[in-house]
Design a protein around this ligand. Structure first.
Ligand code: ADP
Ligand code: ZN
Ligand code: ZN
Length: 744
C-alpha cells in the first residue's frame, strides 16, 4: 500500500511513501505519520491511500504512526479539506493548525513519587537522629503534614530526596508510592457558580427553537441577538444540557481568555467534569492531556478559544459562538488564515449540528445574513429580571477641559465625581482604557523625534514595570530608559498618551484608598493571575477593575454600577472599513457591564468627537440606527457584506523588490471581470513589521455579480494556488487572505 503525505509547507504537492505491513491495518486518511522528509525526520498527514503508485523511483517507507488511537473523524477530515480549498492553503498547513505537532495521544501524564509518614515508636528515631541526621531532618519535614507529599518537594533539604525517603522506608518510618499527576485544569475556572434558573417568556421561545433544531439533527444556523444581561449564557447551558441528553457533544467558542474563568464556573456547576477548557494559557502537559482525553471521549463539552473549533469530539450536536462579532475568531497569521465562525458553520453542515452565533452586537455580516434569511433570528430584547439599561453620559472632553481650564486630563470632572460616589456607596467600578503600557509614545520635547522600534514602523510603548520600552507588534524591548534623544541629544524626553498603567498610577494618586485591579495582557500573563483578578473583583475584594478590551464584554458582576470609558476614540480613526463597527461594539459591550441586576447602572463615555455617529449612537445604545448607517456606507463603498473580499499581502526585506513584485501582480490582475475592483498595490498601514516591508492588493467582488463569492474564489485560486510558478516571488512572501477582517 502507498500513502500520499502532506507536510506543512507553502506548496500544494504531496509525497508518496510505502506503508509498512505492520501498520497497514491502522493507517487511515488523516492519520499522522513519522517519516523521513529530505534530511530530517518529521510529521506528515496522510491525504490518500492507494494500492499502486505511478512513481518510478525508489520510495521511502513510513517510519510509524504518531498516534495510538484514532484522532480524526470523517467530518473533521472533510473540514480540513474544505479549509484547504477555501482558504487556498495546502493541506499540510491546515493539518498543522488542526493537529498541532506538540499534541500526541501517546502523551502520558508524568508520575510523581509521593511520601507519607508511618507513625512509629521513638526508639528507632533516636537512632536515625544519631546515625543519619539528614534522614532525620527529612522525616521531621514529612511529619509536618499527614497527607502524602511529593518527594520532589523535599529537594531544598537534600539533593536526592528519593534516596533519603527510601532509607526512611527501610526503617519503617514512611511509605512511598508513585502517583500519576493529572494536570490541574480547574485552576483556570471560578468555583462552580450555582444558579436557580427559571426562564422568562422570551428565553423560553429561544430555548424551544434551539431544542427543536437539535432534535431534528439537521444543520441549523441561528443568530441569537440578546441584549447585554438578557441571559444568553443561561441559554447556552440549557442547549448544551439537551445536547448531552441526546448523547451528543458541544463546543462553546469564547472570544477572549478573560471570559473563560467565569463561564467555566457557570458550566461546571451544571456539567461538572465533563467540561474541557481549551485556551492559550494551558501548559504543554495540560494541553496534551486535555486533547488526549477529548480524543478518548472523556469530555463532552469543550469551552475555548478559536482553535477549539477543531476539537476532535464525536457526534457534535451544538456549536455556540459567543460574541460572534469579535475579530479574535479570525486567525491572520500563520496560515491557514481562517475565521472560526465560518469554519464552525461548515463543520456544522458536515455534522448536522446546530450553530448559535450569539451577541448583543452582531457583526454587520451576521446581521445582514439574518436580513437575507441565511440565519434564523432569535431575539432576547430585554435584560433578565427587569434590570434596566444603564444611563449613559457622553462627555465632550474638549468642552470639559475648556470649562475647567485643565488640559490633558485623563478623567473628566463627571467621571471623577461618579467614581468617588461609587466608592462611598461601596459599589463597583469598571474602567476601560483600550491600550496597555504606560505611555504609547515617547518623543523628544525639542526636535519631536519619536522613539521607534528598530524592526517595525511603530512607536515603542513605555512600560512602567522595569522601565521598559516595548514594541507591541514584534515584542522588541529595550530595558534601559532613553535618557536622551537619539537625534538631538536633548534630555527633554516626553511620555505622551495614556495606557492602562498611567491610569493605574493616576487612580492610586487620586483615590489612594480604592482597591484596584488592572487587567491587560501584561497582568494576565499567567492564567492564575488572570483568574485571581477577576475572582477578587467578583468577590468584592476590589473596588475598581481597570483594563483593556479584555474586561469590556461577557463578564457578569452584579455589584458593578459604573462603567467609565476613558477614551472612546481609540482606534476610531484607523484607516479600516471596520474601525467604526468595532468601536461601536466595544462601547456598547462595555456599557453592558453596568447595572446588570437590581441596582441601576451608569456609564460615562469620554470623547473628543461627541458628534461622530459611531460615538453618538453607541452612547444612545441605538444599535439599529448605527447598523443602518454602517450598512449604507458599506454599500456605497462596496465593502462586505455587499461584496466578497480578498487581500494579497506581499512582504519582503527589500522594499524595492517587494514593491515591484506587488506592482507586477496588480498589473497582471486588473480588470479581469466586471464587478471586480482591484485596489492597490499600496503600502499596508503598518508598513514595516519585523524588518519586512508590507504591501497589499485588495480585491472586491460585488455580490450583485458574484452572489456566493465563487467568482472571486476561482479567480484567487487560479492566480495564487501556484503563485511560486506564476509570479516568481524570489525572497518575498505572498500571503493570501480570503475574507480578511481588516485591511491594515
Ligand atoms: P448575557 O450572557 O446575555 O449577558 P447572562 O447569561 O450573563 O446574560 O445573564 C445575566 C444574569 O442574569 C446572570 O447572572 C444570569 O445568571 C441571570 N439570569 C439570566 N436568565 C436567568 C433565568 N432565566 N433565571 C435566573 N437567572 C437568570
Ligand atoms: Zn530630539
Ligand atoms: Zn517591533
Amino acid at each position: 500500500m502507498f500513502a500520499d503525505v502532506a507536510f506543512p509547507i507553502s506548496n500544494f504537492i504531496t509525497f508518496t511513501y510505502k506503508v509498512p505491513e505492520k501498520i497497514a491495518q491502522d493507517v487511515k486518511i488523516g492519520s499522522r505519520v513519522n517519516v523521513q522528509f529530505g534530511p530530517r525526520k518529521t510529521q506528515g498527514i496522510i491525504t490518500e491511500l492507494n494500492t499502486k503508485s505511478s512513481f518510478a523511483g525508489k520510495l521511502k517507507e513510513i517510519d510509524g504512526l504518531v498516534d495510538d488511537l484514532p484522532i480524526m473523524t470523517q467530518e473533521l477530515w472533510k473540514l480540513i479539506q474544505w479549509m484547504s480549498e477555501y482558504y487556498v492553503t495546502p493541506l499540510g498547513q491546515v493539518g498543522k493548525a488542526v493537529l498541532p505537532k506538540n499534541l500526541s495521544t501517546r502523551y502520558n501524564p508524568p508520575k510523581n513519587w509521593m511520601v507519607q509518614p508511618i507513625i512509629t515508636g521513638d526508639g528507632d528515631l533516636e537512632a536515625v537522629k544519631k546515625r543519619a541526621p539528614k534522614q532525620y531532618e527529612l522525616y521531621q519535614e514529612i511529619l509536618k503534614t499527614e497527607k502524602p507529599i511529593k518527594v520532589s518537594s523535599l529537594k531544598e533539604l537534600v539533593s536526592n530526596p528519593l534516596t533519603g525517603c527510601r532509607g526512611l522506608e527501610k526503617r519503617g518510618l514512611v511509605s512511598i508510592f508513585e502517583e500519576t499527576s493529572l494536570p490541574d485544569v480547574t485552576g483556570f475556572s471560578f468555583d462552580p457558580i450555582h444558579k436557580k434558573v427559571k426562564f422568562n417568556k422570551h428565553q423560553k421561545t429561544v430555548v424551544a427553537a434551539i431544542i427543536q433544531s437539535l432534535d431534528s439533527k439537521n444543520y441549523s444556523p441561528f443568530l441569537l441577538h440578546g441584549v447585554t444581561g438578557s441571559g444568553k449564557t443561561e441559554i447556552y447551558i440549557e442547549a448544551v444540557r439537551h445536547c448531552l441528553d441526546q448523547s451528543r457533544t458541544a463546543i462553546i467558542l469564547l472570544p477572549e481568555i478573560s471570559l473563560t474563568p467565569q463561564i467555566a464556573g457557570r458550566f461546571r456547576a451544571v456539567f461538572g467534569d465533563s467540561i474541557a477548557l481549551w485556551h492559550s494559557k494551558l501548559t504543554q502537559a495540560q494541553r496534551s492531556w486535555t486533547w488526549k482525553e477529548i480524543c478518548k471521549g472523556s469530555f463532552k463539552v469543550v469551552i475555548g478559544a478559536r482553535s477549539a473549533i477543531f476539537s476532535p469530539l464525536k457526534d457534535l450536536g451544538l456549536i455556540v459562538i459567543d460574541e460572534e462579532q469579535e475579530s479574535s475568531f479570525r486567525q491572520d497569521s500563520p496560515a491557514p488564515r481562517y475565521h472560526a465562525r465560518d469554519v464552525a458553520l461548515m463543520r456544522a453542515t458536515y455534522e448536522g449540528s446546530s450553530v448559535v452565533l450569539s451577541s448583543a452586537t452582531p457583526s454587520l455580516e451576521s446581521y445582514y445574513n439574518h436580513l437575507h434569511k441565511k440565519l434564523t433570528y432569535l431575539h432576547l430584547p430585554e435584560r433578565f429580571g427587569g434590570a434596566k439599561y444603564p444611563q449613559v453620559h457622553l462627555v465632550d472632553m474638549l468642552g470639559d477641559q475648556e470649562e475647567s481650564g485643565k488640559f490633558g486630563q485623563i478623567f473628566s470632572g463627571l467621571l471623577q465625581d461618579k467614581i468617588e460616589d461609587r466608592l462611598q456607596k461601596k459599589e463597583q467600578i469598571i474602567l476601560l482604557q483600550n491600550r496597555r503600557g504606560y505611555s504609547p509614545v515617547v518623543r523628544c520635547g525639542d526636535c519631536g523625534d519619536i522613539v521607534m522600534c528598530p524592526q517595525c514602523k511603530v512607536a515603542l510603548t513605555y512600560h512602567r514595570k522595569g522601565s521598559q520600552l516595548i514594541c507591541h507588534c514584534c515584542g522588541h524591548f529595550e530595558t534601559k530608559q532613553r535618557e536622551a534623544c537619539r537625534s538631538c541629544q536633548s534630555p527633554n524626553m516626553k511620555y505622551s498618551g495614556t495606557g492602562t498603567q498611567r491610569v493605574e498610577s493616576l487612580i492610586e494618586e487620586t483615590f489612594p484608598d480604592a482597591r484596584l485591579g488592572r487587567l491587560d495582557m501584561d497582568t494576565a500573563r499567567t492564567g492564575s493571575g488572570l483568574t485571581k483578578i477577576l475572582k477578587d473583583f467578583s468577590d468584592g475584594k476590589l473596588d475598581i477593575l481597570l483594563g483593556t478590551q479584555m474586561i469590556a464584554k461577557g463578564l457578569d458582576f452584579p455589584n458593578a454600577t459604573l462603567v467609565g470609558i476613558i477614551n472612546a476614540d481609540l482606534g476610531l480613526h484607523l484607516p479600516d472599513f471596520r474601525a467604526g463597527e468595532r468601536i461601536f461594539q466595544l462601547i456598547y459591550q462595555a456599557s453592558g457591564r453596568a447595572g446588570r441586576r437590581l441596582k441601576p447602572g451608569e456609564v460615562v463615555i469620554q470623547t473628543y468627537v461627541p458628534d461622530n455617529p459611531v460615538i453618538k449612537n453607541a452612547a444612545k445604545l441605538d444599535m439599529m440606527k448605527y447598523y443602518n448607517i454602517a450598512l449604507s456606507e458599506r454599500n456605497e463603498l462596496k465593502y462586505p457584506p455587499f461584496s466578497w473580499l480578498a487581500k494579497i499581502e506581499i512582504t519582503g526585506r527589500n522594499q524595492t523588490s517587494a514593491n515591484s513584485l506587488s506592482e507586477r501582480i496588480a498589473k497582471a490582475l486588473k480588470g479581469k471581470y466586471t464587478g471586480l475592483d482591484v485596489l492597490g498595490p499600496s503600502s499596508c498601514y503598518l508598513e514595516k513589521l519585523r524588518n519586512n516591508y508590507r504591501f497589499q492588493i485588495v480585491f472586491k467582488s460585488l455580490k450583485k455579480v458574484d452572489p456566493n463569492g465563487q467568482k472571486l474564489h476561482q479567480f484567487i485560486t487560479n492566480n495564487f494556488r501556484d503563485f511560486q510558478k506564476k509570479f516568481r516571488p524570489g525572497k518575498n512572501r505572498i500571503n493570501i487572505h480570503f475574507d480578511p477582517l481588516s485591511l491594515i
